[in-house]
Design a protein around this ligand. Structure first.
Ligand code: GLC
Length: 555
């Protein structure tokens, strides 16, 4: 049955171990700390945890520079702690996905060191070399402004090595079958420890041909990874990071069996931020349409913010400028000429706007991915470098270091000043306040879980005739859900014309404001400024009268 594909309809939560919860008081978050907070995540309604890299690493890029793919960095605990953690997660029915960072290793990885030291070493060909400086040495940097080149000379190796990202992250040579075999071993290792899949880092770069000129991407490498994944663990999934245009996404998903199971929908994300900045929802509607067609067995991962900058590079210049102006007006808030290094709550400011954005997250076609701290509305620390601004420790309470750690000094400073300081923004305070963002989020997640139509169903845009109001209807097995979002600063009155069984009654899922159609069958619905409404068509019990699966739905 297609319902076996858990990733089609899951609430995903992402966190970095080092900033979530410190269990041993050394100032760095760790596995015992996370284990301690699993009940919090479980009661929030999280189905899946995505853990950022925690393998041994010099940690020059938040752990995305690995020196041992088969271990746990000592700062976070031991392999034993990892297995304990998996057991605790499983007891609560939570699934775990890990970052798979195999486009590159750390330059401190023994493979790279050996490759530099000895040209005859078997590891030499695990990386990409050039005797002379290649012509495109200073083109195609992922971190422009911070990174100077994509080919850097290594004095010991007496050659240039390729690195799409920082110079301490040499790219692996995927054309070498031993490298691909090693990647499979890495996947196999963690699958054997019980993980449910991987968030695959930097997918387009993994598939890049090793030889110049770089032509077509090697999608067969992705197919190889997917096939191996499914041989080892039938239920496991790959969630890919590939910020590509809609026309290219088809290749990444493949036919649903030979590509990624899930991809982050960067396209919708950027157009959603444009809609939030401008009140104009038309480009967002187009973005949704452009990413509509994906194979049945695949799914979009929808998100608002992640651990990186808010990347708006794919918006046309004028729209990008609008987003910058509204959400990142100061140069210090911007990054790599394409993004904003801020948290959601501080960008949006207004609680109503924040609720609108989060209601969208849960109401978009896909599985929502939340970022730790966004459920309580954490802010950023612009005094930290680059993307670290959005990686400050989780704010648990009003105690020292926001309850994150008892140490004198923490991995990054806890935000302790201004409106987003831990004294006012923290889990403990919000837990006790019925009107808090946290309690609103818990309710929102519950409602989202009661609407499987969104993960499984078909969707249509409904015509309201009011610019800046996005209305969507989801249908699955004879049930329907309607979600309305008003991106305008002003209240709006919308008219919905709906046809079909039960359509005369829309039962509100978030408040008591039901709607009854007038004699002509129209629903006239009032939305407040930045208001949103979720309705179940026909009445609450409709959901219980779900039709059985159609034969073509069983896979
Ligand atoms: C991805 C990660 C980012 C990291 C980069 C290099 O883009 O999201 O945080 O810096 O890959 O691994």
């Amino acid at each position: 049955m297609i319902e076996d594909l858990w990733y089609k309809n899951s609430i995903i939560y992402s966190l970095d171990l080092d900033t979530f919860m410190d269990g041993n008081g050394d100032g760095v978050g760790d596995l015992p700390g996370l284990i301690n907070r699993l009940d919090y995540l479980h009661s929030l309604g999280v189905d899946v945890l995505w853990l950022a890299p925690f393998q041994p690493s010099p940690n020059r890029d938040n752990g995305y520079d690995i020196t041992d793919y088969y271990g746990v960095d000592r700062r976070y605990g031991s392999s034993g702690d990892f297995v304990e953690f998996m057991n605790h997660a499983r007891k609560r029915g939570m699934r775990i996905i890990l970052d798979l960072v195999v486009n590159h290793t750390s330059d401190q990885h023994p493979w790279f060191k050996q490759a530099c030291r000895d040209p005859q070493s078997e590891y030499r060909d695990w990386y990409l070399w050039s005797k002379k400086r290649p012509s495109g040495w200073n083109k195609g940097m992922v971190f422009p402004g911070v990174q100077k080149a994509v080919w850097t000379r290594h004095p010991k190796a007496k050659a240039y090595y390729h690195h799409r990202f920082y110079e301490f992250q040499p790219d692996l040579n995927m054309d070498n079958p031993h490298v691909r075999a090693e990647i499979r071993r890495i996947m196999g290792y963690w699958l054997q420890l019980g993980v449910d899949g991987f968030r695959v880092d930097a997918v387009p770069f993994i598939l890049e041909p090793s030889q110049e000129p770089k032509g077509e991407l090697n999608f067969e490498y992705l197919a190889e990874m997917r096939q191996f994944l499914q041989w080892r663990a039938g239920h496991a999934a790959l969630l890919g990071e590939a910020n590509v245009a809609p026309k290219d996404t088809r290749r990444y998903f493949g036919d649903g069996r030979d590509g990624l199971n899930m991809m982050f929908n960067f396209w919708v994300n950027q157009h959603l931020f444009y809609a939030l900045a401008s009140g104009d929802t038309k480009p967002l509607e187009d973005a949704l349409e452009a990413t509509r067609q994906i194979p049945d067995a695949t799914q979009w991962a929808m998100f608002l913010r992640n651990h990186d900058e808010l990347d708006i590079d794919r918006l046309p210049k004028q729209r990008r400028d609008k987003v910058f102006k509204r959400f990142g007006p100061e140069p210090g808030m911007q990054l790599y000429h394409r993004g904003i290094r801020r948290r959601l709550a501080s960008m949006l400011g207004d609680r109503r706007h924040l609720e609108l954005a989060n209601s969208m997250l849960f109401g978009l076609p896909g599985s929502p991915v939340m970022r730790y701290g966004d459920e309580i509305g954490m802010g950023e620390d612009l005094s930290l470098k680059e993307r670290d601004a959005v990686r400050t420790p989780m704010q648990w309470s009003s105690e020292r270091n926001g309850g994150f750690s008892t140490a004198r000094k923490t991995v990054h400073p806890v935000i302790s000043e201004g409106p987003y300081g831990y004294q006012s923004i923290n889990v403990d305070a919000q837990r006790r306040d019925p009107g808090s963002l946290l309690n609103w989020m818990i309710k929102m997640i519950r409602v989202r879980k009661e609407c499987p139509e969104i993960g499984w169903g078909e969707w249509a845009l409904l015509h309201t005739g009011v610019p800046g109001v996005l209305a969507m209807c989801y249908s699955w097995r004879g049930n329907q859900v309607v979600v309305l979002h008003n991106f305008n600063r002003q209240p709006q009155q919308v008219r919905l014309v709906m046809e079909g069984e039960g359509c005369e009654r829309l039962v509100s899922l978030l408040d008591t404001d039901d709607s009854k159609a007038n004699r002509k069958g129209h629903h006239d619905i009032a939305l407040t400024a930045f208001g949103y409404k979720w309705f179940r068509v026909g009445g609450l019990n409709y959901a219980l009268r779900r039709e059985p699966a159609a034969p073509d739905e069983s896979h």
